[in-house]
Write a new protein. Structure first.
Length: 259
């Protein structure tokens, strides 16, 4: 069992909070809490053969069992497995799930927020995972170490490795209600999207019917074709967004403004 970290902890850490009902039941039953950390990283083209079914490279896992009390948990006791830089395209990430330790009951009694994001951000930013009893019916939240997909206007910088044509800007914007809007360099675009973790699905793209130069129309056609095939989205540091198809073809963008 590990102890709660003090306020001077400089390594990776996460804060836990509990609803009054959850804290009362955990205390009365002397139940403890388990944090399960799963480390992974997105592969480079050279590392794709090492990826699992989710498209990521598994870097191991670690579990911490602690007393059920609100506070900051020091996560420096675990670390991802080492991997050659040639096989990865970004820094390692971690998924953190929290549940009861099942000392007083065979079943997990907690519904807690989940963290999934870059491991390095747990050393530089403060994140809190809130836990309540499953019986309270609270919906947990996915807490990410990534910039928000929703809100910024994303300026597309390349499509399938080709830079955007000068004078034909391409933008995308994801709204909280699941609406997707943007410009294809010639026409306005509209669609809807759904996300499940890092997985993304975009519905058929609707466009206005302007006609532009052949090169601009070809760029726009490639954009709409790829958007229809997007399978996963990634948000590396520094306000960047990558949308990928299952075969790794990518649309890359950067945030230009926040709605």
């Amino acid at each position: 069992m590990v102890a709660l970290a003090d306020d001077t902890a400089r390594g990776p850490s996460v804060a836990l909070s509990f609803s009054p009902a959850a804290l009362e039941q955990l205390t009365e039953t002397s139940e403890e809490v388990v944090l399960r950390l799963t480390y992974f990283v997105h592969p480079s083209p050279a590392g794709r053969e090492r990826a699992d079914e989710s498209g990521e490279i598994d870097l191991g896992n670690h579990a911490l069992q602690i007393a059920a009390a609100p506070g900051v948990v020091d996560l420096s006791g675990g670390a991802p497995q080492e991997i050659d830089d040639a096989f990865v395209s970004e820094p390692p990430k971690v998924n953190i799930n929290v549940g009861s330790a099942r000392l007083a009951s065979e079943d997990n009694i907690l519904s807690c927020d989940v963290f999934e994001g870059y491991l390095e951000r747990l050393s530089t930013q403060e994140f809190t995972l809130h836990c309540s009893l499953i019986s309270e019916g609270r919906r947990n939240i996915l807490v990410t170490g990534d910039p928000s997909l929703v809100g910024p206007e994303w300026a597309v910088s390349s499509i399938a490795g080709k830079e955007i044509l000068t004078g034909a800007p391409v933008t995308l914007q994801f709204f909280p209600n699941g609406r997707l809007a943007g410009t294809g360099g010639c026409n306005q675009l509209v669609s809807s999207y759904t996300v499940d973790g890092a997985l993304m699905e975009i519905a058929a793209i609707g466009t206005t019917r302007r006609v532009c130069e052949d090169a601009v129309m070809a760029q726009e056609a490639q954009l709409t074709e790829l958007l229809d095939q997007i399978y996963v989205f990634r948000m590396p540091p520094m306000g960047k967004l990558t949308l990928e198809t299952k075969d790794g073809t990518a649309i890359r963008a950067r945030a230009t403004s926040v709605d």
